[in-house]
Write a protein that binds this ligand. Structure first.
Ligand code: SG4
Ligand code: ZN
Length: 264
């Protein structure tokens, strides 16, 4: 029972470092971003996602892996505006539970958001694949997008959320989601972001992620958020139902790190 053991109980997030020593490291994610201590770096360029709008002809696979809903992404999607070329691997979400305002992993000035989207990329200039890259300091780049509740449904997110009812249980997957405009999941202002060096937010917590957390939030409707919060289970079918909720890690100490912003 992956979620059960991953986020709560005797092997929950307070105990990760017993089996995964990196989870107790000095450069862990997520963090609480204190905007007063952030350093403006005017040389940070806007993020330029390439191939996001028309991500090829291969279908996407959407999977409930027991601790999140994850969608595979094609290599034709990659990022410009980072020190190397980072190629897309997958996206996934973190969220809370119904009626609660928290759910994001990162926070800003102590404030959490109802959910957070992560788009995971690996450094294809230096490494052959994501498994190799995720153990290297410059191996991964993850885009973090805060989700908040707005007045209207966000049609881009329906491309994912409409399918959750077919993958309610852990291990279930849909292998043929038609490609859609992934750029539509991003906030409008790609030039304004926070940047720092951190880690995977789940075991093995490797400190291999160049994080880009966008300042602007993406908005979804209250009922879209409820589909994420109430639509999935972390157990396989035919076993005791365990809702897949609260799959986020608490902010970790910043220690000696600095957080930069691309905007004043
Ligand atoms: C989620 O558990 C994903 O399912 C994992 O994906 C992911 O690990 C993990 O989150 C950590 O990623 O952006 N939150 S995060 O730091 O992408 C990786 C898989 O296990 C390596 C494939
Ligand atoms: Zn994540």
């Amino acid at each position: 029972n992956p979620l059960h053991s991953l986020f709560s109980g005797p092997h929950g997030k307070e105990h990760w470092s017993v089996r995964y020593p990196d989870c107790g490291g000095q450069a862990q994610s997520p963090i609480d971003i204190h905007t007063k201590s952030v350093q403006h770096d005017p040389t940070l360029p806007p993020i330029e996602p390439q191939g996001y709008r028309n991500p090829g002809d291969g279908a996407f696979t959407l999977r409930n892996n027991g601790h999140t809903v994850e969608m595979s992404l094609p290599r034709s999607m990659f990022l410009r505006g980072l020190p190397q070329t980072y190629v897309a691997v997958q996206l996934h979400f973190h969220w809370g539970s119904r009626g609660h305002a928290s759910g994001s992993e990162h926070q800003v000035n102590g404030k959490a958001f109802p959910a957070e989207l992560h788009i995971v990329h690996y450094n294809a200039d230096s490494y052959a694949n994501v498994s190799e890259a995720k153990q290297q300091a410059d191996g991964l780049a993850v885009l973090g997008i805060f989700l908040e509740v707005g007045d209207v449904a966000n049609p881009a997110y329906d491309n994912i959320l409409n399918h959750l009812k077919s993958i309610q249980y852990a291990g279930e997957a849909i292998i043929s989601i038609p490609p859609f405009d992934v750029h539509g999941l991003l906030p409008g202002q790609l030039g304004h972001y926070f940047r720092y060096n951190g880690s995977l937010t789940t075991p093995p917590c490797f400190e291999s992620v160049l994080w880009t957390v966008f300042h602007q939030r993406a908005q979804i409707s209250a009922s879209q958020l409820e589909r994420l919060q109430g639509g999935l289970y972390s157990n396989a079918e035919n076993s005791l139902p365990v809702p897949l909720v609260d799959n986020y890690r608490a902010p970790q100490p910043l220690n000696q790190r600095k957080v930069f912003s691309s905007f004043p």
